[in-house]
Design a protein around this ligand. Structure first.
Ligand SMILES: *Cc1c(COP(=O)(O)O)cnc(C)c1O
Length: 370
C-alpha cells in the first residue's frame, strides 16, 4: 500500500464539477483581478472566522508582511515569535527592517510558551506572533494578558489552523489581526499561492487592503507606496468553493486523528499530538508524533509506502539563516527536542480508516524491529 502525506487529487475529484464551473466563470467574465469572486470570498471568510473584515492577499507570507506594515513595524522594533514554525513567520520581520526574537514552545501544545514570551519582552517589543501550529491553537488568554500589560500588538499566524477554535471562537478572530496561507497543501488551499488577513478593526483592514494594492484608494490615486500583493480572482473562486466544504473536511481530519490516537494508545515509545479539549477544537493540519530514533523510523516508514515528513527537522534559531542571532543548541530546549523526534504521519480529509491502520501497523512493525 502507498499512502501519500496529503492527497490533493482525491480532494479535487470530490468537488470537480463545482471547481471547474467556478474557474470557468472567472475566465469567461475575464475578471481576473479583484471582482465578485474576490469580494465574495473576503465576505465569506470573515464570516467563517467570526472576524469583522477579511482582505485576500497573494500568500501567507504577504499577509504576515502586510500585517507588520499595517502596524507600522520597522527599524528599532522587535517582534517575538517561536523558532518552531515555517520560516515565513520570521522572514517578514527582516523584510520590514525590525528584529526577530525567538522563544520556546509549550511541550504539550507545541505552541508559544507565554512565560517564555513574557521573558523576551523589552521596551522595543512591538508585536508578538503566536503561531497556531499543526492545526492546534495557542493558549491565547495568557498571551493577551501579558501583551496588554506591556502594550504590545498580538498577530495570529493561523496559516495551519483554518477553522480551529479556542473557547468557541475561531482562529482569525482571536486577536487584532490574523493571517492565513492558502498554499495548496494547507487545510484551505488554493490552486496556486494565496493568503488572507482577518481584522477586528476596519481602519487596519482598509490600510492593509490599500498596501496590498499599490497604496491606492482609487485607480491611479496613491496615498502611500505599497505593494502588489493581491489575491487573484481564479484563486478566490477556488477558495469560495472549498470554504463550503472546510468544516466537513476538518471533521474528517479529527476522525482520522481519533483513529491514530486509539491505535497508538498502547505504544509507549510514541507521543501523540495534543488532543481536543473544552478549550481547543483542533483541525489537524498535520498529525505529528514524537518517536525515538526518528531519522531511522522516518526513512523506514517512507520506504514501506507511508509518506511521512518532518515538520520541522531544524528549528529556525539553528538554521544558517539565523546564525547571526548567536543562539546555540540548548537555548530553546523544548523545540529542539521536538525537532529531533517529530514525524508527521499522512493526514488529509480523504484518508481512509484502512490507510490509517496500515500506517500505524507499519510504524509498530518498525518500532518492534520487524
Ligand atoms: C505556510 C505557512 C506560512 C507561509 O504561507 P505561504 O502562503 O506559503 O507564503 C506562514 N506561516 C506558517 C506557520 C505556515 O505554515
Amino acid at each position: 500500500m502507498q499512502i501519500p502525506l496529503i492527497d490533493l487529487k482525491a480532494q479535487y475529484l470530490s468537488i470537480k464539477p463545482e471547481i471547474d464551473q467556478a474557474m470557468q466563470e472567472v475566465i469567461e467574465n475575464t475578471a481576473f483581478i479583484g471582482g465578485k469572486a474576490l469580494s465574495d470570498f473576503e465576505k465569506s471568510f470573515a464570516e467563517f472566522c467570526g472576524a469583522n473584515h477579511c482582505v485576500g492577499v497573494a500568500s501567507g507570507t504577504a499577509a504576515l508582511h502586510l500585517a507588520l506594515c499595517a502596524l507600522d513595524v520597522g527599524p528599532g522594533d522587535e517582534v517575538i515569535t517561536v523558532s518552531h514554525t515555517f520560516i515565513a513567520t520570521a522572514e517578514v520581520v527582516k523584510t520590514v527592517g525590525a528584529k526577530v526574537k525567538f522563544v520556546d514552545i509549550d511541550p504539550y501544545t507545541y505552541c508559544m510558551d507565554p512565560a517564555a514570551m513574557e521573558a523576551a519582552i523589552t521596551e522595543n517589543t512591538k508585536v508578538i506572533i503566536p503561531v497556531h501550529i499543526y492545526g492546534y491553537v495557542c493558549d491565547m488568554d495568557p498571551i493577551h494578558e501579558i501583551a496588554k500589560k506591556h502594550g504590545i500588538y498580538v498577530l495570529e499566524d493561523a496559516a495551519q489552523s483554518h477553522g480551529a477554535r479556542y473557547k468557541g471562537n475561531r482562529v482569525g478572530s482571536l486577536a487584532e489581526m490574523g493571517t492565513f496561507s492558502f498554499y495548496p497543501g494547507k487545510n484551505l488551499g488554493a490552486y496556486g499561492d494565496g493568503g488572507g488577513m482577518t481584522f477586528a478593526k476596519k481602519e487596519l483592514a482598509e490600510k492593509a487592503d490599500m498596501l496590498a494594492n499599490h497604496g491606492r484608494w482609487e485607480k491611479y490615486k496613491h496615498l502611500v507606496e505599497g505593494y502588489n500583493a493581491r489575491l487573484d480572482a481564479l484563486q478566490a473562486a477556488v477558495l469560495n468553493v472549498k470554504l463550503k466544504h472546510l468544516d466537513g473536511w476538518s471533521e474528517n481530519r479529527r476522525q482520522a486523528a481519533k483513529i491514530y490516537d486509539g491505535l497508538l494508545a498502547d505504544v509507549g515509545e510514541v507521543t501523540i499530538p495534543p488532543v481536543g479539549s473544552d478549550t481547543v477544537e483542533p483541525v489537524y493540519h498535520l498529525y505529528v508524533i514524537q518517536v525515538p530514533n526518528r531519522d531511522a523510523v522516518f526513512e523506514e516508514l517512507r520506504s514501506r509506502g507511508v509518506m511521512s515528513q518532518c515538520h520541522y527537522p531544524i528549528p529556525l534559531h539553528l538554521q544558517p539563516a539565523y546564525e547571526h542571532l548567536g543562539m546555540k543548541r540548548g537555548t530553546l530546549p523544548v523545540c529542539e527536542a521536538l525537532a529531533d523526534k517529530c514525524v508527521s504521519l499522512p493526514m488529509f480529509p480523504e484518508i481512509t480508516e484502512e490507510q490509517c491502520k496500515y500506517a500505524i501497523k507499519t510504524l509498530k512493525d518498525i518500532l518492534a524491529g520487524k
